[in-house]
Design a protein around this ligand. Structure first.
Ligand SMILES: Cc1ncc(COP(=O)(O)O)c(C=O)c1O
Length: 393
């Protein structure tokens, strides 16, 4: 079995335990280690590399984007790629305004600030609480950690940021918790990723939207993992018809470069005044040029149709696998985002899969998570499933 070592070098903070294989190259849907061994990638950099590796168009866009010499200018000055990207996101979604960040957690932190700014203008200082759901993962910065329901991530850093709490995924509990005088916003992943790949019911989302709207509470959707095509529509919320007040995206949006965004309605963004928020790097010309291209590719109807049909096939194949494998307890997911509850510790299966040339990851101690690049073909999906079945045993 693959040995997990803290790191080859002591120079990195030891927060990740990594297998010893060092990746030196990527092509299509495979990564290659220093020995030339190939690994079929069902992780995609944790839902980032939607276009796989070495995509010729993406590579060319990156080259072109450096030719101008304009990698960064700061947000003190205008550059067109970020403006074009914001226009594109507004054209393709419910949003009227966009704020760019450099990661998912940062986007959520910004969305929390926007919620509080808006709420203060509506109801005064008491209206500031942010609610997140049981099983949620919204990031590991201070505000987002308080909205992340993973005890082991939270415990070492108490006291966590105040005014943020976790509520059960239950409409009755939410009904009791959604006090319009004190609650500014609720944040929800339409498909919970790290929490075990849980697809929230469309009826649940619609009821929550109705409740929040009636009470003057904002609904923030976190589509950092499930957005940008992963569920077969550009945004996952299109499938329930729920329009949020704020929505965050990140992971795949700049082809592997670090970027996130807050999409907002005019009503919410109008509460933000000059100086209320900021970032040195967010929306810079290099990263935005790449993201303009990625936006076109990942909102392409043909790609989305591919994710829907092949994702349905993947789901049916996983359910069939579960029927054959005694050690599989449940299968959940949608599109190219699937979770498999297993009896064994997930990390042992992840390690065995890597030994066999397949990269998968986990979502909790007993859930395997599959997040293949959105361009993966059925042949490669089937190849991965065959290895998966073998290593689940
Ligand atoms: C749903 C969700 N929200 C937020 C984050 C945090 O994003 P980042 O790691 O870019 O800070 C993640 C990352 O896994 C995520 O899956």
């Amino acid at each position: 079995m693959t040995t997990i070592v803290p790191s080859i070098t002591d120079a990195l903070v030891g927060v990740y335990r990594k297998p010893p294989a060092e990746f030196v190259r990527g092509a299509g849907v495979e990564l290659f280690d220093a020995d030339g061994t190939s690994y079929l990638d069902f992780v995609a950099g944790i839902a980032v590399n939607a276009l796989g590796y070495g995509d010729p168009q993406l590579t060319q866009v990156m080259r072109d984007a450096t030719d101008s010499g304009l990698v960064h200018t700061s947000n003190l000055y205008r550059t067109s790629p970020g403006e074009r990207l914001a226009d594109g996101l507004v054209a393709k979604t419910f949003a009227d305004r966009v704020f760019f960040s450099n990661s998912g957690a940062e986007a959520n932190e910004g969305a929390f600030k926007m919620s509080r700014r808006w709420a203060r203008s509506m109801g005064g200082a008491a209206k500031h609480e942010i609610l997140a759901l049981r099983g949620a993962f919204h990031g590991r910065l201070f505000g987002t950690l308080a909205a992340t329901d993973r005890p082991s991530y939270r415990a070492p850093f108490r006291p966590l940021a105040g005014g943020i709490s976790i509520v059960e995924r239950d409409l009755e509990e939410l009904d009791a918790a959604l006090n319009p005088d004190t609650v500014a916003a609720v944040i929800v992943e339409p498909v919970q990723g790290e929490g075990g790949v849980r697809v929230l019911d469309a009826e649940f989302l619609r009821a929550l939207r109705a409740m929040t709207r009636e009470r003057g509470i904002l609904l923030i959707l976190d589509e950092i993992q499930c957005g940008y095509g992963r569920t077969g529509t550009f945004l996952a919320c299109e499938q329930s018809g729920v329009e949020p007040d704020l929505l965050t995206v990140a992971k795949p949006m700049a082809g592997g470069l670090p970027m996130g965004a807050i999409l907002a309605t005019k009503a919410v963004s109008d509460a933000m005044q000059p100086g209320d928020h900021g970032t040195t790097f967010g929306g810079g010309p290099f990263v935005s040029s790449v993201a303009v291209h990625v936006l076109e590719r990942l909102s392409d109807p043909a790609l989305l149709a591919h994710v829907r049909t092949e994702g349905a096939w993947l789901g049916a194949s996983l359910h069939a696998l579960a029927g054959r494998a005694a050690k599989v307890r449940a299968v959940r997911g949608i599109g190219f985002m699937w979770g498999i509850d297993v009896v064994e510790p997930a990390k042992d299966i992840v390690a065995r899969a890597m030994e066999q040339g397949l990269l998968i990851c986990s979502a909790g101690e007993h859930t395997l998570r599959l997040l293949p690049p959105l361009v993966m073909t059925r042949t490669d999906l089937a190849r991965g499933l065959a290895i998966l079945e073998q290593v689940i045993g």
